[in-house]
Design a protein around this ligand. Structure first.
Ligand code: PGA
Length: 239
């Protein structure tokens, strides 16, 4: 594991975006694994800046998002498709047909999960997977429990996750109960993983995930087994 600790969020965002841009410079057709939530917003902003300055192009790249809520129309303001448009895709040159996000509105979400994994298999391996971490140790929507699922699947959001995400919705009852998420097997197949955490409220779960026992009760602890893991932390998240 390669761990870097930053004095400020701005410094972290710059390095994270630099790692992604560096990959695209050496491998223009790289396959990116992308995440949503509060953590990557500043990283996407930095990538947009690099693109606007002509320092990086996404023209040949493709991307697969980790997850999407079940039951929200794609144009719902809180769908992860809308998030990606707003924070990244509306501002860069990645062709729309290369931007993949599970369809949370598919009539059969289980079949949609299988389609997503098959598509990923056809495109090849994810070169770099960007990941945030939930306060309960979830990655994607792989929530703590006695067992985890390897493939992309329909997951039920934990109460803690729905509570955390309710800040984006009018009320808790508006937060979807299910999501399509890459499974831990899909995530661990990525060549490199960039785990990012910011803020003192993530310090305890980061300590458990990186230095505690590897357990399905802390899904992010499985990342300890990945040979290409880089962790980017702000000082307060590093504890
Ligand atoms: P956050 O979410 O970036 O909004 O903290 C991370 C996650 O739940 O994976």
């Amino acid at each position: 594991m390669n761990k870097l600790v930053f004095k400020s969020e701005a410094a972290l965002n710059e390095v994270a975006a630099g790692i992604i841009a560096g990959l695209l410079q050496t491998k223009p057709d790289a396959v990116l694994g992308l995440a949503t939530g509060g953590t990557p917003v500043g990283i996407y902003k930095e990538l947009v800046r690099l693109y606007a300055e002509g320092k990086v192009s996404f023209r040949k790249a493709s991307a697969f998002n980790l997850d999407e809520y079940v039951g929200l129309p794609p144009d719902h303001p809180e769908s992860y498709r809308s998030y990606m448009q707003k924070h990244l895709y509306d501002h860069i040159d990645m062709p729309p047909e290369n931007r993949h996000i599970p369809d949370g509105n598919a009539p059969d979400p289980e079949a949609e999960s299988r389609r997503y994994d098959e598509l990923l298999e056809r495109v090849g391996r994810i070169d770099l997977q960007l990941l945030g971490i939930g306060h309960n140790g979830h990655i994607g929507f792989n929530e703590p429990g006695p067992a985890l699922i390897g493939a992309t699947h329909v997951a039920r959001l934990s109460d803690k996750t729905r509570q955390a995400n309710s800040r984006y919705f009018p009320s808790l009852s508006d937060v979807p109960e299910k999501a399509i998420t890459m499974g831990v097997g899909t995530i661990l197949k990525a060549r490199r993983i960039l785990l990012v955490a910011k803020g003192a409220d993530k310090a305890e779960i980061i300590r458990k995930a990186l230095y505690g026992p590897i357990t399905t009760e802390v899904p992010a602890s499985l990342l300890q087994t990945h040979p290409g893991l880089t962790v980017l932390l702000t000082e307060d998240a590093a504890g």
